[in-house]
Design a protein. Structure first.
Length: 159
């Protein structure tokens, strides 16, 4: 983003790396669109605890509690085609020195993209925590089952 809005500066990278970045972000935005279409809730109950501003990043407390809101808001304001145009513009203006700046506002799509990255990270983190929690519950349940299944057998042997 820095290179796209600064005059007389460009990314001095192999164009293949920049193209790979563009394709990765394009895929991410499409995945975000699919996440938005799902009617799943990734909310957590953090009403009692105060959330640190450092944890929030660009997200509001409401978005932190339910990251799906970030995707819904982004795609309410911009279409997939507009996000594609934004990403293409960022790459175009980052690859060389140009006299003119981008003709559209690229700040808001950029902010939405960063917020979607934060929200996706939260969703992955919560999914991982949920899997760990479920595996711990399964382990605890299997231990309880083993203990209770041994108890009747041992009491019948004593009589």
């Amino acid at each position: 983003m820095n290179y796209a809005v600064k005059r007389n500066s460009w990314i001095n990278e192999d164009p293949a790396v920049i193209f790979q970045f563009h394709q990765s972000m394009r895929s991410f935005i499409r995945a975000g669109y699919l996440i938005m279409l799902k009617d799943r809730k990734w909310a957590i109950d953090t009403q009692q605890e105060k959330i640190s501003p450092w944890v929030l990043g660009l997200l509001s407390e409401k978005e932190y509690r339910n990251p799906l809101l970030v995707f819904k808001k982004a795609f309410r304001e911009y279409t997939l085609k507009e996000f594609d145009y934004f990403m293409s513009g960022i790459v175009y203006f980052s690859m060389g020195v140009y006299e003119n700046l981008p003709e559209r506002n690229i700040v808001m799509p950029y902010i939405h993209t960063v917020k979607m990255l934060d929200a996706a990270h939260l969703i992955l983190q919560r999914r991982r925590e949920k899997k760990i929690e479920q595996s711990e519950q399964n382990t605890a349940t299997s231990l309880v089952v083993k203990c209770t299944s041994k108890t009747p057998a041992s009491s019948s042997q004593q009589s």
